[in-house]
Design a protein around this ligand. Structure first.
Ligand code: SAM
Ligand code: SF4
Length: 326
């Protein structure tokens, strides 16, 4: 079992397979970074798999593949199969913008993928184009339909932004209701890479929008999930709110993150990381395991998106979400 320096059990590994993306979301990567990580610096699937095995052997039970856009990485189904064959009961999930999903959903399912989180911020083509930087709604919706058709578990992520998609909170939720899939509203997390003019919505403002139409009941957090769940009285539908600005958000944090270059990151907010690249390139299992142990010891108690001390100037994280995988 993996325990961090604050006594929390860590069983969830998120792997960013590439920082590259075919979208330019305003809250993540409004412009292409000055330079991409050179392709030769990316860990190969074999190298990533060596670390995955170390993690699984030591207590990881859930793996999420993310990015950037993970569907841009060639041979993804082969990597999914490697992990699945090593531990078939692993909870293996992927987060994607779904642009390329419709043609690969079946292949990913056959390889062993169980679940998908898909980003959907609006149902209006022009609003999606404004947020994502290009006109992508139709292929995204096609991707969602295909994922459901092939039997993959689907959850939708929506980041509500003031003056952009805040009037669509109920509409996107009802789209999910009709398809019996869960939506999680994610509070916009301020970071230095995002478009400066963006204003996110606080969790309570998001809930107010839902309450204009429905009566809601708080259900609470589901284990170590970052999502605080609510149910709708009128029809029993359940949705989630990911609220990293709330002070108890980090109490049960169970995750670590690995970037495509091999940086092992203990917390989404902070820049601190240690590299496993040398170890996995040399096939050094013991070395990779030692880095993992050190990163767990160093895992911070909490992020700094909390707003407990209003006298403090608001901190802005310099972490790039497209690099760490959100
Ligand atoms: N490209 C994939 C996608 O968009 O789903 C996977 C990577 S993306 C970085 C993972 C998640 O992070 C997405 O649901 C996205 O909405 C979310 N995200 C990115 N930047 C964010 C920010 N500044 N605040 C809150 N969520 C953010
Ligand atoms: Fe790409 Fe996902 Fe970031 Fe949007 S949120 S720019 S789709 S990585």
């Amino acid at each position: 079992m993996l325990i961090d320096g604050h006594g929390r059990t860590v069983n969830y590994l998120r792997i960013s397979l590439t920082e590259r993306c075919n979208f330019r979301c305003q809250y993540c990567m409004p412009e292409k970074p000055f330079s991409w990580v050179p392709k030769e610096n990316l860990l190969s699937f074999e190298e990533l798999f060596l670390f995955v095995k170390v993690g699984i052997d030591e207590g990881i039970t859930k793996i999420r593949l993310t990015g950037g856009e993970p569907l841009l990485r060639e041979g993804l189904d082969g990597f999914i199969k490697m992990i699945h064959d090593y531990k078939p009961d692993i909870d293996l999930a992927l987060t994607t913008n779904a642009f390329l999903l419709s043609s690969v959903a079946q292949k990913l399912k056959d390889a062993g993928l169980k679940r998908l989180n898909i980003s959907l911020d609006s149902l209006k083509p022009d609003v999606v184009a404004k947020i994502a930087g290009k006109d992508v709604l139709a292929p995204v919706l096609k991707g969602i339909d295909k994922a459901l058709e092939v039997g993959l578990g689907v959850k939708i992520n929506m980041v509500p932004l003031k003056g952009i998609n805040d009037n669509e909170i109920v509409d996107v939720m009802e789209y999910c209701m009709e398809r019996k899939i869960k939506i999680r509203f994610i509070e916009y997390m301020e970071n230095r890479h995002a478009n400066e003019s963006l204003r996110g919505m606080h969790g309570r403002e998001i809930l107010e929008k839902v309450k204009e139409k429905y009566t809601i009941h708080a259900l609470g957090r589901e284990g170590a999930s970052p999502s605080f769940n609510y149910s709708i009285e009128e029809n029993g539908y359940e949705f989630g709110l990911i609220d990293p600005h709330k002070h108890d958000f980090c109490e049960n944090c169970n995750r670590i993150r690995l970037t495509a270059e091999g940086h092992l990151i203990p917390c989404l907010y902070f820049d601190e990381a240690m590299s496993i690249a040398k170890s996995v390139k040399e096939g050094d299992i013991e070395g990779a395991s030692q880095v993992l142990a050190q990163v767990l010891r160093d895992k911070p108690k909490e992020n700094r998106w909390t707003e407990d001390d209003p006298s403090k100037e608001k901190e802005i994280s310099s972490r790039a979400f497209y690099e760490t995988g959100g």
